[in-house]
Design a protein around this ligand. Structure first.
Ligand code: C5P
Length: 401
C-alpha cells in the first residue's frame, strides 16, 4: 500500500513555468490514493488555469485569502488543519523568500504558516536565481526549520539557460511526499547509532583512520527518526550535519566512542553499530610532533576495545545490529561475526568495489539474522537506510513479541 493512501494533501502552486508540471503531480498523488486540494498564488494563475487543477483534483481550487464566503468559515485555517501534508510545487524564489520571512500576505503563504503538517518544497527557477546566496540561504534556513525539499534537477531551462533549477519530476515529488508518511514502526523505541570513522593519534598532528564518510550511519539515524524513534547518534570526525531531531555526540578516537556509547547505552532498545571503528590504536602517541629523519619508523599498534562486543556482553543487551565491511568471502565472514559478536542482525557490504560502500553515495547490503536473510539491492544510501530500518523494526518486533 502506498504511504499516500487516504492522505489529505494540500498542493500549493506558486507562479513559475513549472506550474504546468504540477498538473501531472495531482494525478500522481491521486493515483497513490491521496485526496488533493489545490491552492494557487495569483502569479500561478497566469501560467495555468484554475479549471485544469479543479478537473484533475475533483475539488474547487482555492486562491483568495480574503474570500468572504470561505473566510466566514475561517477558510485558510480550515485548509491548514485539513492537511496531512503540504507540498509547494513549484516553489519559486519569491515564495521561498516569503516562507522564510514568515509572510502571510496571500492564502498560500498563510496556509504554510498556519499548518502543523509537514511541508515539502519543490523549488523551480532560473539557475542563477537558484544559485544566488539569498535563495540558498532561504532554503537552508527552511530545511533547518524542518521543511523538506526535493530537487531541483539540472538541465535545459525554459529561459534558454542550462543548469540547476528545473522542478523535480512529478514522480520524484510524489515519492518524496510519500516519505513524509513513513509508518511509525519505531514509535517509542530508543535507538543508538554509531557512524563514521575514528582518528587514532600518532602525534598531535597525525592520525590513522579509514575511508568511512559516515553517510550510511547518518542516513540510518535519519531513517530511524522518520520511523518515529528517539535517536542518539555518536559519530567520529565527518563533514556531515546531523539530522535534526537526533541527539548527536561527536567523538574523535575509538576510545572516546567506546566511552560515549557506554555512557548512553542504558535504556537503549536498538543499537546500530555502523561506525568504522579503528581496530588498532597507536600504543603511545607522541606528545610532540615527530621529526622526520632518514631511518625507517615503526609504530606499535595495540587493539582497541570492541564497542559492539562490549554492548552485547551486557546482562540486558539491546537488539544489536552490526556491520561487516568485507573485501572477500562476504557472507561467510558476516555469518561468523553474527555469532562471534552475539548480534541480532548483521548488514554485510562488499568494500573495495568502485561505486559501493566507503566514499560512495550508493550501497548494497546482505542482511543476515538468526531466522533469515535479505538482499538489499544497490541504491542510494538513504533508500538502503530506510529499507534496513524497516527490516530492523520487523525483526526487533518479532523478538519482543
Ligand atoms: O570485526 P569487525 O571490526 O569487522 O566488525 C565490524 C562491526 O564491529 C561493526 O559493526 C563495527 O561498528 C563494530 N566494531 C566496534 N568496535 C570496534 C571495531 C568494530 O564496535 N573496535
Amino acid at each position: 500500500m502506498s504511504n499516500l493512501e487516504n492522505k489529505r494533501i494540500v498542493l500549493i502552486v506558486s507562479g513559475g513555468i513549472a506550474a504546468y508540471k504540477a498538473l501531472e503531480l495531482v494525478r500522481r498523488l491521486r493515483d497513490g490514493g491521496a485526496s488533493v486540494r489545490v491552492v494557487m498564488t495569483e502569479a500561478a494563475q497566469r501560467f495555468v488555469g484554475q479549471l485544469s487543477f479543479q478537473a484533475l483534483s475533483g475539488e474547487p481550487v482555492h486562491t483568495d485569502l480574503l474570500d468572504p464566503a470561505a473566510e466566514a468559515a475561517m477558510g485558510h485555517i480550515e485548509i491548514a488543519r485539513w492537511a496531512d501534508g503540504v507540498v509547494v510545487a513549484p516553489a519559486t524564489a519569491d515564495f521561498l523568500a516569503r516562507l522564510r520571512a514568515g509572510a502571510a500576505n496571500d492564502l498560500a503563504s498563510t496556509i504554510c504558516l498556519a499548518t502543523s503538517a509537514p511541508i515539502l518544497l519543490a523549488p523551480a527557477m532560473n539557475q542563477q536565481m537558484w544559485q544566488n546566496m539569498a535563495t540558498k540561504d532561504n532554503v537552508a534556513t527552511l530545511i533547518k526549520r524542518g521543511l523538506r525539499s526535493v530537487g531541483p534537477d539540472s538541465g535545459a531551462q525554459a529561459c534558454g539557460e542550462f543548469g540547476p533549477g528545473r522542478m523535480a519530476e512529478p514522480v520524484a515529488i510524489a515519492a518524496a511526499l510519500a516519505d513524509l508518511f513513513v509508518p511509525q514502526t519505531l514509535s517509542g523505541i530508543r535507538v543508538l547509532v554509531t557512524a563514521g570513522p575514528t582518528h587514532e593519534a600518532i602525534d598531535p598532528v597525525r592520525y590513522l583512520t579509514n575511508r568511512s564518510t559516515g553517510k550510511m550511519g547518518f542516513a540510518l539515524a535519519q531513517a530511524a527518526l522518520e520511523a518515529g524513534a528517539e535517536v542518539i547518534l555518536i559519530h567520529g570526525p565527518v563533514s556531515l550535519s546531523a539530522p535534526s531531531g537526533a541527539a548527536a555526540i561527536a567523538v574523535v578516537s575509538a576510545d572516546e566512542m567506546f566511552h560515549a556509547v557506554m555512557e548512553n547505552i542504558k535504556n537503549i532498545d536498538i543499537f546500530i553499530s555502523c561506525a568504522a571503528v579503528a581496530d588498532y590504536r597507536i600504543e603511545s602517541p607522541a606528545t610532540q610532533k615527530r621529526k622526520k629523519n632518514d631511518t625507517s619508523l615503526s609504530l606499535t599498534l595495540t587493539p582497541t576495545r570492541d564497542i559492539l562486543k562490549s554492548v552485547t556482553a551486557q546482562s540486558m543487551p539491546p537488539f544489536a545490529v552490526g556491520f561487516a565491511a568485507e573485501t572477500e568471502n562476504l557472507l561467510e565472514h558476516a555469518r561468523s561475526k553474527l555469532e562471534r559478536k552475539s548480534l541480532d542482525m548483521i548488514a554485510a557490504n562488499q568494500v573495495g568495489v568502485k561505486g559501493l560502500g566507503f566514499e560512495s553515495s550508493d550501497n548494497e547490503l546482505h542482511v543476515l539474522w538468526k531466522g533469515g536473510q535479505q538482499h538489499l539491492a544497490k541504491a542510494p544510501k538513504e533508500v538502503i537506510a530506510r529499507q534496513l530500518v524497516g527490516l530492523i523494526a520487523r525483526v526487533h518486533g518479532q523478538k519482543e513479541s
